[in-house]
Design a protein around this ligand. Sequence first.
Ligand code: FE2
Ligand code: FE2
Length: 410
Amino acid sequence: MQEMGVKVMNPVIFHECPKWAALSLPPKITKKSQYPSPKFFMSSTHLHFHTKEAGNVNKKTLGSGPAAPRSRPRYYKEESDNVDEIFKSMEDWATHNILPLLKPAKDCWQPQDFLPDPSSPGDGFYDQIKQLQARTKDIPDDYFVVLVGNMITEEALPSYHSRLNSTRIFHDNTGIDTSPWAVWARGWSAEENRHGDLLNKYLYLSARVDMKQVETTIQYLIATGLDVGISSNPYVWTIYTSFQERATAICHGNTAKMAMLHGEAKLAQICGIISSDEKRHAGAYTKMAGKLFELDPNEMLLAFAYMMRRKISMPAHLMYDGHDHHLFHHFSSVASRIGVYTASEYRGILEHFLGRWNVEKLAGLSSEGREAQEYVCGLPRIIRKLEERAKSKAEEAPPVPFSWIFHRKV
Ligand SMILES: [Fe+2]
Ligand SMILES: [Fe+2]
């Protein structure tokens, strides 16, 4: 399972630690010193940092969750001055170019297409479960840790929909708004809902994991919330989601390849079909961001630099199971070690977007814009230098117990 890279979720990333920016102040990025030095780049495949607010909530209401955050980084700006007009001008374009990337429910796969059928005659249902368990019983624990982490990330969908709805552009005022942005947000959430559902049921039937611990982690995660530096700025949102959806596609794709290597073709099919959804979603967000780069290149560059400076943290980075205060870090480390998501994937995704959005060629920029351009275009070279160190760190990490697999160590 090694040779592939990870999910979303999660690559070795920088860990200078972004403490989050105060949402109220959107200072412009004007000085080079505001961009971090690569010395902070770390080898945990998933970023993990926490906001002060999240840390406090954990302590007060959830017991002892993830560690409290360090400081907050400077924030970009809440929104470009003309963001409403720009998104308004894109509505026809989005209707014809983005909404077709959603699939009607009648044309979509559903979890039941890949699971034992409870309505099978005779003992068919039970036989199918026995076969599933026979196929999974020898798959290594580290694979299941990563699969569970991916599933938990999918299951925190309520947090993602809530954050998307908190942006002024994607906000769904009535619950049935007809703007293409609201239609997209609902359709995207509806498609995503199948991912956690399918993985959850598969893992339950496999009998390989401690479902109560997994379910407890999901509850903690949704209650704790989501804090990945996107605020309500729709420019930052399109960049974050483009990156994150592509990373997720890679992660599920890699767990699919590994499942095949372990002889479990059905699981490979499951991870593969989820990965293809993620690719389609990534394509939609990438198109949105690309259009914004055409219409407002300077502000998009500032948003891009802000997001990369802060690092793309995975959406489940605040996960906690009631036992491990560094659960996400440990999960990320395993994902990196087995090759589901590594620093190389992170760099590769960044390079993909630099090319796709033609960032190096953007012209007519302000001095801040040019500085942001120079920063993001130079990042892959810096990351490449640090990949080896990140890889070694993940490989040398001592085994830790995971409650998800009955506290066995991996
Ligand atoms: Fe998903
Ligand atoms: Fe997704």
